[in-house]
Design a protein around this ligand. Structure first.
Ligand SMILES: Cc1cc2nc3c(=O)[nH]c(=O)nc-3n(C[C@H](O)[C@H](O)[C@H](O)COP(=O)(O)OP(=O)(O)OC[C@H]3O[C@@H](n4cnc5c(N)ncnc54)[C@H](O)[C@@H]3O)c2cc1C
Length: 401
């Protein structure tokens, strides 16, 4: 097991207590009913869990990334949909604002995000721009004193429940702009800006809610931007480098999804282990059979390995300046943890036998939830590309310490 600091243990205990009392017992009902309600996020805000990485001067807890991830894993062990909201809010949304906002922007929005008075979402994907977000078509036209946004965003988590959403849109007609590239390999870089949009702005229209395989308590919606007018202070960071800002913020997002995946895997292993001890066949608990015990042993080993990599990745990410070097570790951590979660939850269903296939037992939900962690914030194929690029780069590899 990864050695935790005293502060990490304290935060872990607080998160575990909250998840055990307020989240896990309701997760199955949220999955059935398709939502968890804003009051859960309000309570998380009261505990400081919506401003974990926000600097203390802006009302946050100012935690180290590794401590934040310990908390996030515990929340995901309770429910993956709640953890996804917490991850997007603390991760890409708050990160982009902290790293690239002006003092005035940070003072205006960070304290409200940190307290949970407002909830944030992140709208990058579009119908024709998923793994290749540089292909996005949403446009930001400059007007006197501001901007007008027009386009369609796809699969926005909490696109309706949130109060503010980072929307990425082409500026300056989306001209090719090498200054906007995150790396020299990114030859297709286009001028894209990051805009903080209120969800009650005129022209911000929440469309169809998707019927998803897993994470059914999480809202995944299409958003139409019908000439949404914004003041100039809604542009965060460089008007042409918004995609690079987004990708840097997604590095933190990937660490968060790795923690989410670990929480799902841990929950599945715990359910499988209790069932294996209680369920008797052939006159003995099924845990006595080597075939079953071996599954539990490999689950525990893969989870421990993924957790150790995640902690190392968090430290390395914090120590690196944003860019391709910093991207490798989060990609590794998410690839490892999400594939572990998919495997562990699949095996947990087998350990429960027929019960594993039944909706009254939690492991089928965990299996459905785990699948998503292999897809969003970079599919496993894209992560292999990011890591592979670092392996074939000349010189010392980014992931070598
Ligand atoms: C539940 C859920 C919530 C989401 N929430 C958000 C959100 O809040 N905000 C947001 O912006 N987006 C969100 N997304 C979108 C998500 O980020 C995208 O689905 C993801 O980036 C993949 O894009 P795509 O679905 O268009 O797949 P595609 O890009 O069409 O990929 C399809 C397949 O092709 C592979 N592929 C594509 N390009 C390559 C390549 N160069 N090399 C090898 N293989 C490749 C992919 O790995 C994948 O297997 C969410 C998605 C889901 C499922």
């Amino acid at each position: 097991m990864t050695t935790l600091t005293a502060e990490q243990r304290e935060m872990q205990a607080l998160a575990r207590e909250f998840a055990d009392a307020e989240i896990a017992p309701r997760a199955a009902a949220w999955d059935r009913n398709g939502g968890y309600g804003r009051e859960v996020l309000d309570k998380l805000g009261e505990l400081g869990f919506l401003g974990m990485l926000v600097p203390e001067e802006y009302g946050g807890l100012g935690l180290a990334a590794s401590t934040y991830l310990v908390v996030l894993e515990e929340l995901a062990r309770g429910d993956a949909s709640v953890a996804l909201a917490v991850s997007i809010h603390n991760g890409p949304v708050s990160r982009l604002l902290t790293a690239h906002g002006s003092d005035a922007q940070k003072s205006r929005w960070l304290p409200a995000l940190a307290s949970g008075a407002i909830v944030g979402a992140f709208a990058l994907s579009e119908p024709e721009a998923g793994s290749d977000p540089g292909a996005l078509a949403t446009e930001a036209r400059e007007t006197v004193g501001g901007w007008t946004l027009a386009g369609t965003k796809r699969w926005v988590t909490n696109g309706g429940l949130a109060d503010v959403v980072f929307v990425f849109a082409k500026t300056d007609g989306g001209v090719r702009d090498m200054d906007a590239a995150r790396s020299v390999a990114d030859g297709s870089a286009r001028a894209i800006g990051a805009f903080l949009v209120d969800t009650d702005a005129e022209g911000y229209l929440v469309g169809r809610r998707e019927k998803t395989m897993g994470l059914r308590a999480s809202e995944t919606v299409e958003v139409a931007l019908n000439d949404v007018r914004l003041e100039s202070d809604r542009l965060v960071g460089n008007r042409r480098r918004g995609l690079a800002h987004a990708l840097d913020a997604i590095d933190l997002g990937r660490l968060g999804i790795a923690a989410q995946a670990l929480g799902i895997a841990q929950a599945a292993m715990e359910h499988a282990a209790s069932h294996a001890v209680e369920r008797r066949q052939f006159g003995r608990p099924i845990a006595a059979f080597g075939a079953v015990r071996s599954k539990l042993a490999v689950m525990a080993t893969r989870i421990a390995a993924s957790r150790a990599l995640l902690m190392e990745a968090a430290r390395a990410w914090e120590a690196s300046p944003p860019g391709p070097t910093a991207a490798t570790w989060p990609a590794m951590a998410k690839l490892q943890a999400s594939e572990t979660a998919a495997w562990v939850t699949d095996q947990a269903v087998n350990v429960l036998g027929g019960s594993g296939f039944m909706r009254e037992f939690p492991v089928e939900r965990l299996m459905r939830d785990a699948k998503a962690t292999e897809i969003y914030e970079g599919t496993s194929e894209i992560l292999r590309m990011v890591i592979g690029r670092s392996v074939t780069n000349k010189g010392r590899h980014a992931w070598q310490s």
